[in-house]
Design a protein around this ligand. Structure first.
Ligand code: 4NP
Length: 154
């Protein structure tokens, strides 16, 4: 099972989702069965490590995101991944437009998939520190629900 998390820049929300979910998968001993990656719909930050505020907030909760590097989502991702989960509706629309004829990966909003409210993980980039904590709160909850779903599908 291969899961790809997608946001706009791939330096805040989706690398957080990648790091948190990879941690949960490892804790569950499922690292050989579930592959995790992240990407951005935009290309401004390609090659960069996650935002320093994202890295610091994640590290305070025990997630080391320092080795991650941003990349842009591409058409091949629809063949490489089983499930592509977008952080917000704009990213989902972008992915729907990029999706090749014939489908490939299943596409959804992360929080909708996990039946959490609100539907979107808010973009923390232009806000204060509380936004980065909220991203982690939402993603940790979603990660538990997603792991439960994937366990049932393995
Ligand atoms: P992300 O956050 O999509 O969660 O990585 C953002 C990062 C960068 C920008 C916007 C959102 N930006 O405009 O550069």
């Amino acid at each position: 099972m291969r899961v790809l998390f997608v946001c706009l820049g791939n330096i805040c929300r989706s690398p957080t989702a990648e790091g948190v979910f990879r941690h949960k998968v490892r804790e569950a001993g499922l690292q050989a069965r579930i592959e995790v990656d992240s990407a951005g719909t935009g290309d401004w930050h390609v090659g960069k490590a996650p935002d320093a505020r994202t890295r610091q907030a994640a590290l305070r909760r025990g997630y080391d995101l320092s080795a991650l590097r941003a990349r842009q989502v591409c058409v091949d991702d629809f063949a490489r991944f089983d499930l592509i989960l977008a952080m917000d509706v704009n990213n989902l629309r972008h992915l729907e437009r990029l999706r090749p004829a014939g489908g490939g990966a299943e596409l959804d909003l992360l929080l909708r998939r996990c039946r959490l409210a609100p539907d979107e993980v808010p973009d923390p980039y232009y806000g204060g520190e509380a936004g980065f904590e909220q991203v982690l709160d939402l993603i940790e909850q979603a990660g538990d629900a997603l792991l439960l779903e994937l366990r049932g599908r393995l």
